[in-house]
Design a protein around this ligand. Structure first.
Ligand code: AMP
Length: 303
């Protein structure tokens, strides 16, 4: 099953109560590609970077069999840059800087090999680019999953709603679900958002786990693994989404029961992401480590 990933590949600077980084590798599609490629071996990436990017990271993706034919490198331009600062509770953060740079006029060119993917993950990116990506596919994928953030709700809500209408699964955090729906109750928010188009909605609640909503009365909850230390939550949502879709693509299924397991896979992968700054921990994650953690989840969720 082929799995196409699109999203930002970027530089981040991160400040947490435990320390701060200089420019490090970040971007939604960086985390997603690392997560999906642990679970699935047919992953293609469509993204854009500037000539300042760290190309060792692209080699890391290639070593994990991520096909980067669709990665554009813009001569004389700078990569997307995001600077975020976490509050003491690590569940909320402020964006200090967003420099779109190459993302400002990104035209997503889909390589011919990737025009008929079975699974698509539209990672965090301008909704216009997410929409263009879908329009450029030759066949309707089996499953389209989309992730987004409040930044796009603030500046491009109309476009965002157009993409949301076309996807099967939307993943957002609780604050964003409330902003998008205008409802405080997450159950009401899920109803409003599902009426916008997606059959399934995943609401990520950080250290409080994730909720999966399906058709009427289909609700699944997966806790987050209680961790002694959360070092850096950046990319946890992307890693979650990557684990979720990577698992579904490896099974070749899209039904609610498979999605329940996929949410557990996503949560387990995200629990590693937060252990170190940036992409480092997801990049070094092994299948054995993941299996051990899945067993912890199973124990934690059993009555
Ligand atoms: P997450 O912590 O899962 O919400 O994702 C964090 C990643 O999203 C960071 O690595 C950023 O580079 C990336 N990011 C932040 N803002 C944007 C944006 N407006 N568009 C695309 N990617 C973004």
């Amino acid at each position: 099953m082929s799995l196409l990933v699109i999203g930002s590949v970027a530089f981040d600077a991160i400040e947490t109560p435990f320390g701060s980084t200089g420019k490090i590798i970040g971007g939604a599609a960086s985390y997603i590609s690392l997560a999906t490629s642990l679970l699935h071996n047919r992953v293609g990436l469509v993204a854009v970077v500037g000539e300042d990017f760290d190309f060792d990271f692209i080699q890391t993706l290639n070593n994990r069999h991520v096909d980067t034919q669709g990665l554009q490198v813009k001569e004389g331009q700078k990569s997307f840059f995001w600077h975020g600062k976490y509050h003491m509770d690590m569940n909320s953060r402020d964006t200090i800087t967003t420099e779109l740079n190459v993302l400002g006029d990104f035209d997503p060119i889909i390589p011919q090999d990737w025009k008929n993917p079975e699974y698509v993950l539209l990672g965090n990116l301008s909704p216009q680019v997410q929409l263009t990506t879908l329009e450029r596919l030759e066949t309707r994928p089996k499953l389209v999953v989309m992730d987004t953030m409040n930044f796009w709700m603030d500046i491009a809500l109309d476009d965002l709603k157009k993409v949301i209408a076309k996807v099967d699964v939307l993943t957002i955090n609780d604050e964003e679900a409330r902003q998008l729906s205008g409802e405080y109750s997450l159950v009401k928010a899920a109803r409003v958002i599902r009426e916008m188009g997606p059959k399934y909605l995943i609401i990520k609640k950080g250290e409080h786990g994730a909720l999966l909503f399906g058709e009427e009365n289909q609700i699944f909850f997966c806790p987050a693994l209680p961790l002694e230390e959360v070092f850096d939550p950046t990319g946890a949502g992307d890693t979650f989404a990557g684990g979720f879709v990577g698992y579904l693509a490896s099974l070749g299924r899209t039904d609610f029961d498979a999605m329940k397991s996929a949410v557990v896979y996503g949560s387990a992968m995200a629990s590693f992401c937060v252990e170190k700054f940036g992409t480092e921990r997801v990049a070094s994650l092994t299948m054995d480590e993941l299996k051990e953690r899945l067993a912890l989840f199973e124990g934690m969720m059993k009555l």
